[in-house]
Write a protein of this length. Structure first.
Length: 229
C-alpha cells in the first residue's frame, strides 16, 4: 500500500458473522446503506469503511487503483479483528467485492453484489463527465477510477456462494451488468428488484428480503476473532 493511500475511516456495529460493506462511487456508507444498517447489524458484525474522499476518510494523494482500494477495504476488517466475512458490494463496490474474493480467498466467505457490473458499458461511461462537473473535487478520483475497471477475468475465479441483485429500473448501471455477473460466477443466485440505482434507500425492505435470506443460508464464521455463532 503506497504511503499516499489513506487509512479508511471505518465503523463496526452489531455482533455475529462478519459482513464487510463496499459502497458505490461518489457514495459513502451513510449515503448508500443508512436505511438498512440496523437490519444488517442485527445478525452480523458489520464493518463499514468509507473510500478515500468519502465520509471521514481523507482524499488520496494519487489516483485510485482497484487492487489498492480492495486491499484497504479488506484490511479495514482484518485490523478490527474480523478475519473472515461476507462482502456486500454496491455498484463500484461489486468490483471491490469480486476482486476481494480473488485476492483474499482466505478472508472472503461469500458475496452479495447489488446494482453491479464487471466493466463499465458505454451508458455508464457517458454519465461520467456530468458526474465530474457536478460532484465535489474530493470525489473526482472515484469517477476517474471507473474507466479503468474490468473484473471480467475474475468472475470465473470466484469460488464462494454469491447472490447478485439486479435493479431493473436502474438509470445509472443497467441491469445487464448484474446479469453478466450472475452468468459469469459459477453457481451464483440471482434476484431482481424494480428499483433505480440506490435500491437500499429506495426500496430497503424489498432489498433486505433476498439479502438476509441468502445470508441466513450460509455457515459463516463468527464476527470478531474468537467469537463463535
Amino acid at each position: 500500500m503506497r504511503d499516499s493511500f489513506p487509512d479508511l475511516a471505518t465503523t463496526v456495529t452489531g455482533t455475529g458473522p462478519g459482513l464487510l460493506l463496499a459502497h458505490g462511487a461518489t457514495g459513502s456508507i451513510e449515503g448508500n446503506f443508512a436505511p438498512v444498517l440496523p437490519a444488517l447489524a442485527a445478525a452480523h458484525t458489520v464493518v463499514a469503511p468509507d473510500y478515500p474522499g468519502s465520509g471521514r476518510t481523507p482524499v488520496a494523494d494519487a489516483p485510485l487503483d482497484l487492487d489498492e482500494l480492495t486491499d484497504s477495504v479488506v484490511g479495514s476488517a482484518v485490523r478490527r479483528g474480523v478475519g473472515r466475512f461476507a462482502v456486500l458490494g454496491f455498484s463500484l463496490g461489486t468490483l471491490v467485492a469480486v476482486r476481494a474474493a480473488v485476492r483474499h480467498p482466505e478472508r472472503v466467505a461469500a458475496l452479495v453484489l447489488t446494482a453491479g457490473f464487471a466493466r463499465p458499458d458505454d451508458h455508464l461511461l457517458g454519465l461520467l463527465p456530468g458526474w465530474r462537473a457536478q460532484g465535489p473535487p474530493a470525489l473526482h478520483p472515484h469517477i476517474d477510477l471507473i474507466p479503468t475497471l474490468d473484473t471480467t477475468g475474475d468472475l470465473a475465479e470466484v469460488a464462494v456462494p454469491t447472490l447478485v441483485v439486479a435493479t431493473t429500473a436502474d438509470s445509472m448501471v443497467l441491469p445487464a451488468g448484474s446479469r453478466a455477473l450472475a452468468a459469469g460466477i459459477r453457481g451464483a443466485r440471482y434476484a431482481e428488484i424494480d428499483s433505480d440505482h440506490v435500491v437500499m434507500v429506495e426500496r430497503p425492505e424489498e432489498w433486505l428480503k433476498p439479502v438476509l435470506g441468502f445470508l441466513r443460508t450460509l455457515s459463516l464464521p463468527g464476527g470478531k476473532d474468537g467469537e463463535r455463532e
